[in-house]
Write a protein that binds this ligand. Structure first.
Ligand SMILES: Cc1cc2nc3c(=O)[nH]c(=O)nc-3n(C[C@H](O)[C@H](O)[C@H](O)COP(=O)(O)OP(=O)(O)OC[C@H]3O[C@@H](n4cnc5c(N)ncnc54)[C@H](O)[C@@H]3O)c2cc1C
Length: 358
């Protein structure tokens, strides 16, 4: 079977679906091997954190000039207007969640050609080889995402296509992911299931949010955000953020606003005694200024996103500088956002940016 069309969108996840929405009346095909966008479905714990109140290039890793231009073209306000008829609410004063990710999927839903994308070539037009035959298209938009969460349908086809057309791909690594521990911090593993509010400082970034101890290491929003900026080396952790410790005769394990199990394990691991607060300067200093180097991360299977991707220096806007009429949008591009709706916003903004240039 051979299908001829003007525009082929490869991948019907957040960015591909969003793009298709703006191509009504145009001749296009949307190709995906999954009938439903599984990442949207599971995102935000099933409630899809689809944008954020405060967004700028500061919330992303990647080319600041490009990110700012794309976000200006279609902003978080535009996203809220687009989804105005769905039920959503603002959480933690800045994150917008739908009442169910199904509402987002319903709003974005489009007719798809269900097939595995195998390869793309260009000879005059583009030829897209799929498990169900060839598609000939004048323009191609690669929206096949990153490689994290393979069980939800992720593949490296986008990177392969980019490389086949001469692009470089910044090495993909897991991000927004839990961090594993070196031997010195194995005491944290004994706290599996315990959570607390912590501040993590990494480079010039500071995050304050929940930290969850797990049998593999540390996770939770504050760790996921730190993981975006961590490659190797030390991070600084404050287990008493926004707390003014008052001198008292109460024992550390009773007086500190921390889970008792945590305080006990922390003291034990550092050969410190459970003393009255007024005698515990060393312990408190260490709790507020705990420097350690994670061992690694939990890997692509647990990473919400992939850091790295198609090199933006080889793109003009989001069109290939090497191959005319070849575009890249969404997570396949070397732009990665923090936790909090920034990644979907990038998908929507980049999709609309390209929609207006096709
Ligand atoms: C568990 C989890 C929770 C998340 N929660 C949030 C959140 O709340 N807020 C947020 O902003 N971000 C969240 N993210 C990140 C967000 O889901 C992604 O950044 C976003 O989905 C990327 O969109 P995309 O269109 O670039 O790629 P995807 O949504 O991954 O879409 C790519 C599409 O391409 C298809 N595809 C891939 N390879 C092939 C192939 N060879 N043939 C055919 N089809 C193919 C896939 O099936 C998929 O449908 C979460 C991610 C995960 C894994």
């Amino acid at each position: 079977m051979i299908i001829k069309t003007d525009i082929a969108i490869l991948g019907a996840g957040a960015s591909g679906l969003f793009l298709a929405h703006f191509l009504k009346g145009r001749e296009y095909i949307l190709i995906d091997h999954n009938p439903i966008p599984l990442k949207i479905k599971v995102s935000g714990g099933g409630k899809c954190n689809f944008t954020n109140e405060f967004i700028s290039a500061d919330n992303y890793l990647g080319d600041r000039v490009l990110i700012s231009e794309v976000l200006r073209h279609f902003s978080n306000r535009d996203t809220l207007a687009f989804f105005k008829e769905i039920n959503y609410q603002k959480v933690k004063n800045n994150q917008y969640f739908a009442s169910s990710s199904d509402e987002i999927i319903r709003k974005l839903n489009q007719k798809k050609f269900i097939a595995e994308i195998l390869k793309v070539e260009k000879s005059g037009s583009f030829i897209i080889y799929t498990s169900k035959g060839k598609i000939i298209a004048d323009r191609v938009v690669v929206a096949t995402g990153g490689i994290s969460y393979k069980k939800l349908g992720a593949t490296d086809i986008g990177y392969k296509i980019a490389k086949d057309f001469g692009h470089t791909v910044i090495t993909p690594t897991p991000a927004l992911v839990g961090l594993s521990l070196q031997k010195e911090q194995f005491w944290m593993k004994r706290l599996s299931g315990v959570s607390l509010k912590a501040e993590i400082e990494i480079g010039d970034k500071v995050f304050v949010d929940d930290l969850l101890f797990s049998h593999r290491g540390i996770t939770g929003p504050v760790v996921l955000n730190a993981s975006l900026y961590w490659k190797k080396g030390k991070i600084r952790c404050n287990f008493l953020p926004e707390v003014r410790v008052k001198n008292s005769n109460k024992l550390l394990s009773n007086a500190l606003p921390l889970p008792k199990r945590f305080v006990v394990e922390f003291l034990k691991a550092h050969d410190l005694k459970d003393t009255p607060i007024r005698e515990a300067k060393e312990a408190i200093k260490l709790l507020q200024n705990y420097l350690f180097a994670p061992a690694g991360n939990f890997g692509f299977d647990k990473a919400e996103v992939t850091r790295g991707g198609v090199n933006t220096q080889e793109l003009n806007g989001l069109e290939s500088r090497l191959v005319k009429d070849l575009f890249f949008i969404g997570e396949v591009v070397d732009v990665t956002g923090e936790l909090g709706g920034y990644n979907f916003q990038w998908c929507f903004s980049s999709a609309k940016y390209v929609a207006d240039r096709l």
